[in-house]
Design a protein around this ligand. Structure first.
Ligand code: FAD
Length: 139
């Protein structure tokens, strides 16, 4: 099965509570490990930006579950492609909190100083996630 990378942006929903991020990461890491999915999730108080990489069918199935999750909405796929190798093979789901996403990083990869993944192209989102990778602790 071909390796595939999917990147999407979404907005936090009404059912998202203060502790939801821990629950999302725990469930994501557990399921992703079973399906050989790796990736990274950026989060601030408004938006998510997530990269999923893995076998095509598993990435598709995971994305389908994510689309149906009412803890977020307005999910927009920014990029979807076959890849030769993974960028986030050390993370079943790495986490980038808003404190790590600095103004210079936002300005480098988007048109705004604040984190808003809807204002980024798929290529910019990918490059930003790669740039943030060094700050993500491995699990
Ligand atoms: P169930 O566990 O049966 O859940 C069904 C629905 O109940 C969910 O869609 C959600 O709306 C709700 N729900 C589930 N758990 C909770 C909870 N603790 N609190 C409140 N509501 C809840 N899953 C992955 O497998 N891999 C990922 O990388 C991944 N990333 C995610 C990123 C984001 C931003 C979000 C919001 C969710 C992510 N998830 C991820 C979780 C995913 O959406 C599913 O909830 C999870 O995969 C379990 O799927 P399920 O079909 O077993 O749903």
């Amino acid at each position: 099965m071909f390796l595939t990378r999917l990147i999407y942006a979404s907005t936090i929903g009404d059912n998202f509570s203060q502790h939801s991020i821990e629950g999302i990461l725990e469930a994501a890491r557990c399921k992703n490990m079973k399906h050989n999915i790796t990736g990274v999730l950026c989060f601030n108080c408004d938006y998510f930006l997530q990269c999923l990489e893995g076998p095509r069918a598993d990435v598709n199935e995971t994305y389908k579950r994510i689309l149906n999750d009412d803890r977020h909405h307005s999910v927009v796929m920014l990029d979807y492609r076959e890849i030769d190798s993974r960028d986030f093979s050390d993370w079943s789901m790495g986490y980038v909190p808003s404190s790590t996403i600095s103004v210079p990083i936002n300005l480098k990869f988007s048109e705004a100083a604040d984190f808003n993944p809807y204002l980024m192209s798929g290529a910019s989102a990918y490059m930003m996630l790669k740039a943030l990778k060094q700050s993500v602790p491995t699990l």
